[in-house]
Structures are given as structure tokens and as C-alpha cells.
Design a protein around this ligand. Structure first.
Ligand code: PHB
Length: 385
């Protein structure tokens, strides 16, 4: 009996010693939508993030990762409470989130006020790397302006003059349309009507009737996730696909093609990713992702993967010590991030400067047509760092 006790004690002491020697885990607060119209996007981001960590032996700079997950439900009214819990109750070292621009703006405000590191793996809210920019806030994705602006140039070049836009009435939809309009009208086009409905509503019928009555040359849209699936199907069912060409920010057809089926065939969209880039880095990533998850990756998976890469770059420079904040930040700022989308750097306001591709839906893929806008940088309006 006694000897059993003693050996248990010895084992316990040995365990304590090894724990004491190992560096503490890095606490990552994953604040993402795991329910609602953007649920699949949140899951893909988490998958991508975890894949990068797994490829590096489940550690970054010798430190294991601990995840604390919150379902933000894409609900801005709950965002400040959620993010405060992660910071104050869970003591996370870094926040990773989110998909929805309204929620991301609340996260950025708290991150800025508390100095917590934040990496945004999707939400495109222009102000996050604009007026709200801060040294501790980074984005691995895009601004809403970027794909919209690129598509404005594409549609103008095709010779279309009169366009109707349709989107959800919140920052992402508004800013995507603004980016489109800026480029399209600069090239002589005119946005004749801006239609919208509240997020995340999918009652499109009345608006589709209005599009049919307006008879524009083309339609530009921002929808994503479950809403994008329904919009593409409803647009085709209303008979509009045959008469009025539909263009969108690439979220319209990313991660959605399985569900959209033939109704998405031939759609042209602009985005910082495509399914057949043919880059060695992307081929390896796609293989690794498919092996791990039995799923094809999409743009959200890439952005999650790159959020982990950016954290890894900062940590490597700081030798795993997050208190070396200035070193951590400087390393990410000057990095060339080896993304599956193609390598990118960050603008002064910490947003990717990246190629925006024109893609065409062919079968179950967003096939690369060409580069719509080379090394496109968001203007970062209002950012003073
Ligand atoms: C956003 O709210 O910024 C947002 C959401 C989903 C997307 C893209 C942008 O696919």
C-alpha cells in the first residue's frame, strides 16, 4: 500500500515537473458563427486554422494551442459580451474572428480598447482596417471594397451601362456595392437602383420582380453562405438568369456550389481565390485539407489557414513570447505570407494586398478565368497608426 502511494506521488511530481517546464499553451479565442446562414463559413475557417497548426506538429514556436470557442451567431447585439468573456473570463492570448462585419466591428472596438491581439479571418468591414485600424489588429481575408471594386471594372469592360445591385442591408453588402459602384461609375457605367433586404432574410421574390421590371443590362450582388445558395436558385427560378447577367463578389459561389447545382453554372465572380490556381502551394494545401476533412476547401478555409500562418510568423519572431509585442507585430507587417491564394503582403493598415481573380462556375468549381485586379490594395481610408 505504502509503496503504491509513494510511486503515485513520484509520478505526480514528475508530471508537475514536466508541466512546469513546458511553455504554457497559447489560448486562441475562436469567435465564429457555428449556427445560422454563415455556419458553414465558420466551420471552414476553423478547419483551415487547425490544419495549419496540425501541419506544424500541433504547436507554434514550441507552444501548444488551446482553443476556446464561441458561437457568435452572426449577431452584432451579442458581440461585445461574447468578446469580453473571451478576454476577461477566458484570458485568451489572441482573438480569431469573425465572419460577419457587424460582429467584427464590435470585436475590433474591444480589441483596440484592451490591446488584445485580433486576427480577422473573414469579415470585410472596411473600417476594421480603415478608421478603426490598430497595431494589434490584422486581417487575413479582404475588405468588402476589394472584390466589389474589381468586379466594377470587369462589368464596365464588358460594355454594360445600367446595373441594379441587390444585397443584404449591412456593412458587408453596402461596402461591396460601394466598391463596385466606385469602379463601375468611374468607367462610365451607372448603378440605377440599389436593392436590399435585412440580414439574414431570404425573401427575394419582390426584389426579383423589381429587377425584372427595371430591365438593367446586368445585376451585381453580394450574398454569402446559406443566403447565397437561395439567391442563386431563386434568380434562376424567376427566369432572370437567361435574360439579365448576374455578377457577384465571389462569396456568391464559394462553398455553395454543391447546393446550387446547375443554377450556378457559368456565373462570373471576383475573389482572392479560385479552385484551380495551379500553384504548388495551393495544390499541397488542397490535398492536405481534403485528406483531413474529406471536403474540398474554399476561400474561408484559406483565410483560416492564413490566420494561423500569420500568428505563426509573429510567434516565431518573438520566439514564442507574446509579451514581445513589438517584435511580433513587426514580423507580420513585413512578412510575405505564403498563402494558397498566392503570396501576399499586408498594407499599412494590416489588410492583404492581393490579386483579385475573375472566376467562372464550371461544374462544382470556381474556375480561374484570369486576374481581374493585380495586387489590389484597399485604400485604408481613415487609418492613422
Ligand atoms: C461580412 O460580413 O463581412 C462577410 C460575410 C460573409 C462573406 C463575406 C463578408 O462571405
Amino acid at each position: 500500500m505504502k509503496s503504491i502511494h509513494l510511486s503515485l506521488l513520484a509520478a505526480a511530481m514528475a508530471a508537475t515537473l514536466t508541466t512546469a517546464q513546458a511553455a504554457p499553451k497559447i489560448k486562441v479565442g475562436l469567435m465564429l458563427p457555428y449556427s445560422g446562414t454563415y455556419a458553414a463559413l465558420g466551420n471552414a475557417i476553423e478547419n483551415g486554422f487547425r490544419l495549419y497548426i496540425a501541419e506544424h506538429g500541433d504547436k507554434l514556436s514550441g507552444r501548444e494551442i488551446e482553443y476556446i470557442k464561441v458561437d457568435d451567431e452572426s449577431d452584432p447585439s451579442k458581440a461585445t459580451d461574447n468578446v469580453n468573456k473571451l478576454i476577461k473570463r477566458d484570458n485568451v492570448d489572441v482573438l480569431v474572428g469573425t465572419v460577419h462585419s457587424g460582429v467584427a466591428m464590435a470585436m475590433a472596438k474591444v480589441a483596440k480598447d484592451t490591446g488584445t491581439l485580433l486576427i480577422v479571418p473573414n469579415a470585410g468591414a472596411d473600417v476594421v482596417t480603415g478608421a478603426m485600424c490598430a497595431p494589434n489588429i490584422f486581417r487575413s481575408s479582404f475588405t468588402n471594397w476589394q472584390p466589389g471594386y474589381a468586379m466594377g471594372e470587369v462589368v464596365a469592360k464588358k460594355g454594360y451601362k445600367k446595373v441594379v445591385t441587390i444585397t443584404w442591408k449591412y456593412a458587408a453588402g453596402d461596402e461591396s456595392v460601394n466598391g463596385f459602384k466606385e469602379a463601375f461609375e468611374k468607367s462610365g457605367g451607372k448603378v440605377v437602383k440599389e436593392l436590399s433586404l435585412p440580414f439574414p432574410n431570404v425573401e427575394f421574390q419582390a426584389l426579383l420582380t423589381e429587377i425584372a421590371a427595371t430591365k438593367p443590362d446586368a445585376v451585381y450582388t453580394f450574398f454569402a453562405g446559406g443566403g447565397a445558395v437561395k439567391f442563386v436558385k431563386d434568380y434562376a427560378a424567376a427566369g432572370l438568369k437567361k435574360s439579365i447577367p448576374l455578377f457577384g463578389a465571389g462569396f456568391l459561389t464559394d462553398g455553395t456550389l454543391e447546393a446550387q447545382g446547375a443554377d450556378a453554372a457559368g456565373l462570373l465572380t471576383t475573389l482572392h481565390y479560385a479552385d484551380n490556381l495551379g500553384l504548388a502551394r495551393d495544390n499541397a494545401f488542397r490535398l492536405s485539407y481534403a485528406k483531413s476533412y474529406k471536403l474540398q476547401p474554399d476561400v474561408y478555409a484559406v483565410q483560416g489557414y492564413d490566420a494561423a500562418q500569420m500568428l505563426g510568423i509573429g510567434l516565431a519572431a518573438a520566439k514564442g513570447d507574446l509579451s514581445k509585442r513589438a517584435v511580433f507585430i513587426a514580423a507580420i507587417e513585413k512578412a510575405k505570407i505564403d498563402s494558397p491564394r498566392g503570396a501576399f503582403t499586408l498594407s499599412k493598415s494590416h489588410n492583404p494586398v492581393q490579386d483579385i481573380y475573375l472566376r467562372e462556375v464550371t461544374g462544382k468549381e470556381n474556375k480561374l478565368v484570369g486576374v481581374a485586379s493585380k495586387a489590389l490594395a484597399d485604400p485604408g481610408r481613415g487609418c492613422h497608426m
